[in-house]
Design a binder for this molecule. Structure first.
Ligand SMILES: CC(C)(COP(=O)(O)OP(=O)(O)OC[C@H]1O[C@@H](n2cnc3c(N)ncnc32)[C@H](O)[C@@H]1OP(=O)(O)O)[C@@H](O)C(=O)NCCC(=O)NCCS
Length: 181
């Protein structure tokens, strides 16, 4: 059994301070937080051992939007399905501290984030990961994520090589029926 427990952590909880300390140890506080506080529309899960947080994932809920170009009269197009706007979660940050890696916490954190994404009624969970994150690539492939190699346009800088990873969590009526059969 895993000694750490995977829990959603909110700023109101005592564990929030331990999460912030962990984010600082893995140097991800700048990306996971805004001015040291929770980002809007963002959910945080921690891998907790006693009062310590040793791993985390943060995901932001957002609409799925087709980018603007002259083809769309320079208007961004929110994607719809059955006249309903589609949303996704996008992974902001994800890490397990070195001493606790290869014990299944990364996979368990991803699964908790996927489960929440489904509960929120989103269509998919998506992330982008630079080409130097080979452990993360192996983890995502082991969990059946689709992979979309792409350059990431860094604001004001050179694009970075990497890949988007996407997993659908949306249950169609067909897939629900298939589960019932
Ligand atoms: C990516 C990361 C979060 C994985 O966390 P983890 O807790 O070690 O992952 P898990 O133990 O759940 O691994 C699950 C599976 O992923 C794969 N995997 C994970 N790390 C791997 C590695 N270093 N080499 C090869 N495969 C790896 C394996 O298939 C593994 O299953 P197995 O142990 O049964 O073989 C961790 O390596 C990390 O924090 N890296 C630095 C930060 C980072 O890259 N974050 C993501 C992008 S921002």
């Amino acid at each position: 059994m895993m000694p750490a427990e995977i829990r959603e952590i909110t700023p109101e909880q005592a564990t929030w301070t331990a999460l912030v300390e962990h984010l600082q140890r893995v140097t991800m506080a700048r990306h996971a937080l805004v001015d040291g506080a929770a980002k809007p529309d963002t959910y945080y899960f921690g891998a907790c051992i006693d009062k310590q947080v040793i791993g985390h994932i943060s995901i932001r809920q957002q609409p799925i939007i087709v980018p603007a170009s002259p083809l769309t009269d320079n208007e961004a197009l929110p994607l719809q399905r059955d006249h309903q706007s589609l949303a996704e979660t996008f992974v902001q940050t994800f890490a397990v501290e070195v001493d606790h890696q290869r014990q299944g916490y990364g996979r368990a954190l991803q699964q908790a984030a996927l489960d929440l994404t489904a509960r929120l009624g989103c269509y998919q969970m998506r992330s982008w990961s630079s080409a130097d994150k080979q452990a993360n690539y192996a983890l995502k492939l082991s969990m059946g994520f689709a992979v979309f190699p792409a350059l990431y346009p860094m604001p004001g800088g050179q694009p970075i090589s990497g890949a988007y990873f996407v997993k659908i969590v949306y249950e169609t009526s067909e897939s629900k029926n298939a589960t019932l059969l």
